[in-house]
Ligand binder design. Structure first.
Ligand code: C6P
Length: 422
């Protein structure tokens, strides 16, 4: 086996940033933690943890309600968070940013507000075959209610979208196209610009699920030309329970609210209510104010480092990992797309992914094993699941080395490999 150079980290200098993330210093099962489950959620830098704590100790009050100073101060911080997300995605107006609990809620908002009003029997919803359940199940629910039909863009053996099939599937009846920017289960970066261009040419509305993209590459929703873009804060070094939906102003303005309550109304009487403008119209009830503060801090953190540097670092780690993992006997990569983000999905012949996950855990290596909430994709590859290592800015070659060593250990435990002599 060609062992990768041990220890020496030639990546573009970001691994030192691990010191910003207190959790990475804690051992797991007595081992140094190699956290490679960033697709599930990233760890949080002290900067984000402090921003949220400071909000509660210095600025906490409900927003949009009080005339008192603290409430106005808290409202200003919340609005600053919206402006930060607007600039992060390069949306034209802050009003095009709706805060949600995360990607899942953002997609449900579109499905239940836009979808229920705009879809009718016979209309076609086109989804990619590598969607996360979050971008499948809400559309199935709306299809059941409206009579719309779901069509699927097939995935090639390399884990890319079959673009010829996509063009053929697009037609007069296509009203909506839903596609992930980056596949959580394969790491494939989809050609979303081209998908959006073709979809909009037939008058379809396009939602891009950016859950696995925003922490790894710069996103410009105006350049993309998408109608909706969804992401979660917790995969972007921010807190859980907060995310955002970008929606084009004309669409958001025309969409009905999907939840009713305080803060989303203009007037209320028992005869009927009128609603606030977007985005308030979609943010019923007291929002996750501290989450917005944490998300704002997380975006500032990422912007300070630079997404280009993060992408280069993760790309270097991906190449290093693919070379090292590829040398392990019985290794099969699932997804070999030409454009990939820092995700490696694989199976090792003769060892169930869950067993791999458990053995690696005992070595301090955290990966994800299973169907990754992409069951139709696993079915496409004839697998119950895969093992997945996903990278973040704080990962280093040492983390990959720990993964490789853990996989050799798993093979030894399964009697596939002898102890290597020193
Ligand atoms: N994927 C993973 O380990 P939420 O849970 O709303 O923050 O994100 C849902 C979601 C939607 N789309 C994609 C492409 C995703 O990857 C995810 C979350 C995690 O891959 C948990 S299943």
């Amino acid at each position: 086996m060609n062992a990768p150079a041990q220890g020496k980290d030639t990546s573009v200098g970001l691994a030192a940033r691990a010191a910003d993330f207190p959790i990475l210093a804690r051992p797991v099962h007595g081992r140094r933690l190699a956290y490679l489950d960033n697709g599930a959620t990233t760890q949080k830098p002290q900067w984000v943890i402090d921003a949220q704590a400071r909000y509660y100790s210095e600025s906490n009050a409900n927003i949009h309600r009080g005339v008192h100073w603290l409430s106005q101060h808290s409202t200003d911080l919340y609005d600053r968070g919206r402006e930060r997300v607007r600039s992060f995605l390069n949306a034209a107006h802050a009003g095009e940013i709706v805060f949600t609990r995360g990607t899942t809620e953002a997609i449900n908002l579109v499905a239940f507000s836009w979808g229920r009003v705009n879809l009718k029997a016979g209309d076609e919803i086109l989804l990619s075959g590598m969607e996360h359940h979050s971008n499948i199940v809400p559309w199935q629910m709306v299809a059941q209610q409206t009579g719309a039909v779901i069509k699927v863009i097939p995935v090639t053996d390399d884990g890319e979208l079959d673009m010829a099939a996509f063009s053929t599937l697009l037609g007069d009846r296509t009203r909506f196209v839903g596609v992930c920017h980056v596949s959580n289960a394969l790491g494939t970066v989809n050609p979303v610009e081209e998908i959006i261009r073709q979809a909009r040419a037939v008058g379809a509305v396009v939602l891009v699920d950016g859950a696995q993209a925003v922490a790894h590459q710069a996103v410009d929703v105006q350049a993309l030309g998408c109608d909706f873009y969804a992401f979660s804060g917790h995969k972007l070094y921010g807190p859980t329970g907060i995310g955002a939906l970008y929606g084009r102003k004309e669409l958001l303005d025309a969409m009905p609210p999907w939840q009713g309550g305080g803060d989303m109304i203009h007037t209320v009487s028992f005869e009927g209510s009128t609603y606030a403008e977007s985005p308030q119209k979609f943010e019923a009830g007291t929002p996750n104010i501290a989450g917005v503060i944490g998300l704002e801090a997380a975006i500032a953190y990422v912007q300070e480092i630079g997404l280009d540097r993060i992408a280069a670092h993760e790309d270097e780690l991906l190449k290093y990992a693919c070379e090292a993992l590829g040398a392990i006997p019985g290794m099969r990569f699932i997804g070999q797309a030409k454009q990939r983000a820092g995700i490696v999905s694989f199976v090792v012949q003769g060892i169930h992914p869950h067993d791999l996950g458990t053995i690696l855990d005992m070595e301090g290596v955290a990966i994800r094993a299973g169907h990754h909430c992409a069951m139709p994709l696993m079915t496409r590859f004839g697998l119950p699941g895969t093992a997945r290592a996903s990278f973040a800015l704080y990962n280093s070659r040492a983390d990959v080395d720990a993964l490789v060593a853990g996989l050799h250990k798993a093979r030894r435990l399964f009697g596939m490999e002898m102890e290597r002599s020193a």
